[in-house]
Design a protein. Structure first.
Lengths: 131, 140
């Protein structure tokens, strides 16, 4: 897998259901989602987002993740050549399983957010024995 | 919260500035393969250049940076792993090797290049060579 040449992933812009009041752009983080028997794991690439600028929210079965860029680092820099744009990251997913919201944990490393969403007890698969 | 509005305005203007530069021929084909991974933005900051690359998910130890004359080579690998016994619902993250060379159209001080890696963003601070800086010439 890792021997193949890495391709550029075009940044996808957030499609807005409502028009936002501010004209800045936001991007969709590339996301992997996998599920085990007792948790859902969501991995999102958000280059340039510090842990403290992250918002994770679950409401009505919708998970919303927002990562804000610390833009002050670019102060005093004049672009001379660019290949990508920068902006905040935002993405929502509707969750199919019941999540135990109090136990959601987040970890951020090298610009990659890993969210562990433990399933609520009633949502875990149960083995039903046949008598 | 006046500061927040200023920041939003600044980000919007900066995004437009980045967009305007997308078609720039400043490097005149000085990178091997536009569109190659990782994407590069180059900024001017005073007398220096700052090259910024987004490489989320690449650990510091998997990044290799070499500088020679006015070329900087950035290579490495990105791995994406999944634990066993899971069902994968969505798979968007890419993995693989990368190797990219950036050649800047000016004399640089290759020994003075500094690299910073944080939150998946690599920043290379490239000082302009003293011999390349303009000198003021006094008239006798």
């Amino acid at each position: 897998m890792s021997s193949q040449e890495l391709q550029v992933q075009e940044k996808r812009e957030v499609e807005k259901k409502q028009e936002s009041t501010v004209p800045t752009r936001a991007f969709l983080p590339a996301t992997d989602i996998f599920e085990s028997a007792d948790a859902l794991t969501i991995v999102m690439e958000m280059a340039g987002v510090d842990k403290k600028n992250l918002d994770v929210n679950v409401e009505d079965g919708i998970l919303t993740v927002e990562g804000r860029l610390d833009f002050s680092k670019y102060e005093g820099m004049q672009p001379v050549y660019t290949e990508y744009n920068i902006g905040h990251y935002r993405r929502s997913f509707s969750l199919s399983s019941k999540i135990d919201q109090d136990r959601i944990s987040a970890q951020m490393q090298d610009g990659v957010l890993t969210l562990l969403l433990p399933k609520a007890e009633e949502a875990k698969p149960r083995r039903i024995s046949v008598v | 919260m006046v500061g927040r509005y200023d920041a939003l305005d600044a980000l919007f203007n900066f995004q437009r500035a980045l967009e305007a530069r997308l078609e720039s021929d400043w490097l005149r084909g000085g990178t091997t393969g536009t569109g190659a991974f990782p994407t590069i933005n180059v900024f001017q900051q005073g007398d220096s250049l700052v090259a910024i690359l987004e490489v989320p998910g690449v650990s510091k130890g998997d990044l290799d940076i070499q500088a020679k004359d006015n070329s900087i080579r950035i290579s490495g690998k990105k791995t994406v792993g999944y634990p066993e016994n899971v069902s994968v619902h969505r798979r968007e993250r890419l993995s693989g090797r990368f190797d990219r060379t950036l050649t800047v159209p000016m004399q640089i001080n290759a020994d003075g290049i500094k690299a910073e890696y944080r939150d998946g963003v690599l920043a290379l601070f490239i000082p302009r060579a003293d011999s390349d800086k303009p000198r003021s010439i006094s008239i006798n």
